[in-house]
Write a protein that binds this ligand. Structure first.
Ligand code: SF4
Length: 307
């Protein structure tokens, strides 16, 4: 299986070639809004989950065919990338292979560790998240590994920011009724002032998460934006809610597509696209076919009629 995905258009990073370096849902958190489903391996154990050499040789192959239209090579995917003990070595090696900037999307939970801070030090952009600044809300929204504390994470983010020479963009995912209260926003604002990121990006739940959690409406997001003041830009990056059926089916009615093509068109990770395709296949509106060694998904020309 390839550990590269895309390049996919990304709201935050332009055209991004994704690197997925952990097994599916190996994460320090089990966020209530996670689009990938439940965390199957909640851990803080760093190890070489996937051979670094294998990932690097896939990048080498990709680059040997021309760098194409790629704005960033991005560590992201289906788990927490800083759990991979080889991420620092991979970043350093990629920097010798290409001038394409390297980005890391992380939940920031391990930056309190000196080795993790050192590993990310040569990245060009680090995009950590911070969804809470008080212990109860942190537990509610991120459902972290029991050894993690939010104070330690905030201090880790601050220490990393202080030494890091690249761009540091902090994302906050707001979930209605969970981390959007006045007290929490004030605590987050204080924490962010201490961390001092280059940018703060505000987001809210827009795709069906694993639990019944709701998004914060647009007016409220604008009000929250006004609460964050500092030497950093604050932007709202929430998308409008994707109507999966309305977005996927017109694509598949034109021609059958592979999972990667669908994920690329919809700007989502392939695991997320796979989840939607499963649902649509169960409803009988999408059918799967195999040609050669590739699997294609197409619209069912004779979908079941509702009784
Ligand atoms: S940190 Fe990311 S991958 Fe991990 S549970 Fe939260 S949203 Fe999912």
């Amino acid at each position: 299986m390839s550990h590269l995905f895309g390049p996919v258009p990304s709201r935050r990073l332009g055209r991004s070639l994704g690197l997925d370096i952990t097994p599916y849902k190996t994460c320090t958190f089990d966020c209530i809004y996670c689009q990938l489903g439940r965390t199957t391996n909640k851990t803080v154990q760093r190890q070489e989950y996937i051979a670094s050499d294998l990932v690097l040789s896939e990048i080498e192959d990709f680059l040997s065919e021309g760098e194409g239209d790629v704005d960033y090579i991005t560590f992201a995917g289906s788990g927490e990338p800083t759990l991979h003990s080889g991420i620092g070595e991979m970043i350093d090696t990629i920097k010798t292979m290409t001038d394409i900037p390297v980005a890391v999307i992380t939940n920031g939970s391990l930056l309190f560790r000196e080795d993790v801070r050192g590993d990310l030090s040569n990245a060009d952009v680090v995009l950590p998240s911070l969804d809470a600044a008080t212990a109860p809300v942190f537990r509610a929204v991120n459902q972290p590994h029991e050894s993690l504390s939010v104070d330690q994470i905030i201090e880790g983010l601050r220490m990393f920011r202080e030494a890091f020479e690249g761009e540091f963009w902090l994302e906050i995912m707001f979930v209605r009724g969970v981390n959007d209260g006045t007290y929490e926003i004030t605590a987050l604002s204080d924490a962010i002032s201490a961390i001092n990121p280059d940018r703060v990006q505000l987001n809210t739940v827009v795709r069906p998460p694993r639990e019944d959690v709701g998004s914060v409406d647009e007016d409220e997001m604008v009000r929250i934006q006004g609460a964050f003041v500092g030497n950093f830009d604050v932007e709202i990056i929430a998308e409008t809610r994707i109507e999966v059926r309305a977005d996927i089916l017109p694509l598949l009615e034109r021609r059958p597509l592979t999972l990667d093509q669908i994920a690329g068109s919809l700007e989502m990770h392939r695991n997320e696209a796979a989840k939607y395709l499963r649902e649509l296949a169960e409803q009988g509106v999408v059918v799967e076919t195999v040609h050669g060694d590739k699997r294609y998904f197409g619209a069912n020309p004779h979908p079941p009629t509702k009784s």
